[in-house]
Every structure is written in C-alpha cells, then in structure tokens.
Design a protein. Structure first.
Length: 151
C-alpha cells in the first residue's frame, strides 16, 4: 500500500461520516430518535445511507471521468466509458425498483472498487488510490450492509 496524501485521506474519511451516522442510527434507537427530532427522517438509518450512497456513486463517476481526462487514446476512451457506469448503474437500478436498494448500493460500491482497480491497471490513478479506496469501500460497504441486515 502506498502512503495516501493527507488532504485526500482527510476528505475521504470525512466523506464517511454520513455512512457512519446512518449505521449508528440503525444500531441506536436513541440516536435515531434524536436524528428524527432534530434533522428529519431523511437523515437517519437506511434513508440517509441510500440517499448519500447514491450521491457518492455519482460523485465517483465524476472522479473517474477526471482521471480519464488526463489520458489519451484508447485509455482515455475506455476510462470515459467506464467512468459513467456507477452513475448510470445506480440511476437505472433506482428507476427499475427501489426495493432492496441498500443491497444494490452494496453491489454498486463493490463494482466501483473493481473499476478503481481497473483504472489502476490502466495507469489512470495515482499510486496511492487503491489504498484509499480500500479503506473507504470497506467502511461504506459495512455501513450499507448493516442497513440491509436491519431492513
């Protein structure tokens, strides 16, 4: 594993907070009740996990697009094509059915990790990218998995 620069690590970890909060409000009825009273129902439990997970999968499409933009030729074309998959995938899954949506997000983030690895093999990402993505994906999938188990 490569050393992750401080700023991407800090921002990546901060981006986990809504996932961790969502999981915490599943585990703790006291936190869930506080969250509903002070933040609203969209900011607790599976609802926040599903909404934020959708946002982050779309955001990650943009990140991958940016990496593809730094390449040329076949690598750029393949990168662009692959980069839209997380956003389009979650869009179509949502459009077809919102049933088992947490599970669909688990699949989406797992597939995103595979795309991250492919981008690494295509030499489109920094050498520390997979170290960061492994940490973040493990936490995200764990939190989403808790939401799936609780529903």
């Amino acid at each position: 594993m490569r050393r992750i620069p401080y700023t991407p690590l800090l921002l990546g970890l901060a981006g986990l907070l809504p996932f961790i909060w969502g999981a915490a409000t599943i585990i703790s009825p006291l936190l869930r009740d506080w969250g509903i009273d002070h933040l609203g129902t969209g900011f607790v439990a599976a609802k926040v996990l599903n909404i934020y997970g959708t946002v982050i999968l779309s955001f990650m499409s943009g990140i991958l697009w940016g990496f593809a933009a730094n390449a040329s030729g076949f690598r750029a074309s393949l990168g662009y094509i692959l980069s839209v998959m997380p956003a389009l995938g979650i869009f179509f899954l949502l459009a077809v059915s919102q049933e088992n949506f947490g599970f669909q997000l688990v699949i989406g983030f797992s597939a995103l990790l595979a795309l991250d690895y492919l981008f690494l093999k295509l030499d489109l990402v920094p050498n520390w990218w997979m170290s960061l993505r492994l940490i973040l994906t493990c936490v995200v999938v764990s939190c989403l998995g808790l939401g799936v188990l609780a529903s």
